[in-house]
Design a protein. Structure first.
Length: 188
């Protein structure tokens, strides 16, 4: 069972060791698998907070010893905070059909609900997965007391043969799963 994580880390290290120019990886767009009916027609997503290492443009990985380190010369194509916020906003919109936008809210009227996501882990872990864990909060404008605070932990296997592109694909899937979790448990 340990062969997969070591192989995945070895592949990333091998890609990074090639030297030369830095390589930038875009996160692919993944459509949610199912539609979720929610109680709100409009949702504002506040800018996601990421751990310090994840807010940097380097792609970080966890070694088998538990050290979180950047993969040399491998970078995200966009600012990670901005990109993660836009990924989640898009996935929430596609999952729910609601009017969803990241802050600052671009419409004249106020959103019916506001979502804030605080991420504790956001990296390729030593088990060969992309892991996203943390807490999210939902604040509503109505007086029905539907405010929520929930934790989440998502781990998506990284396709071994795809190297850093596989890390980006696993991240996209993890963010899509996070949108589904928020829609199902926080916005109904």
């Amino acid at each position: 069972m340990m062969k997969r994580p070591i192989l995945a880390m070895g592949l990333l290290a091998g890609l990074a060791a090639c030297g030369g120019p830095e390589l930038r990886y875009a996160v692919p767009k993944i459509a949610p698998a199912e539609k979720v009916s929610i109680a709100f027609a409009s949702v504002e997503l506040r800018e996601i907070t990421l751990p310090t290492y994840a807010a940097l443009e380097e792609i970080y990985v966890e070694t088998p010893e538990g050290v979180i380190t950047p993969a040399e010369d491998l970078l995200w194509a966009d600012d990670p905070v901005r990109a993660a916020t836009l990924e989640l906003s898009r996935a929430l919109r596609l999952s729910t059909g609601a009017r969803v936008a990241s802050e600052p809210w671009p419409f004249d009227d106020f959103a019916e609900a506001r979502v804030e996501v605080r991420v504790e882990e956001f990296l390729a872990d030593a088990q060969g997965r992309f892991k996203v864990a943390g807490q999210y909060f939902v604040a509503t404008r109505d007086a029905l007391g539907r405010d929520r605070a929930e934790t989440f932990e998502i781990a998506v296997p990284i396709p071994q043969a795809e190297g850093a592109s596989g890390v980006a694909a696993a991240r996209a899937m993890a963010m899509t799963q996070l949108a589904q979790i928020i829609a199902k448990t926080g916005l109904r």
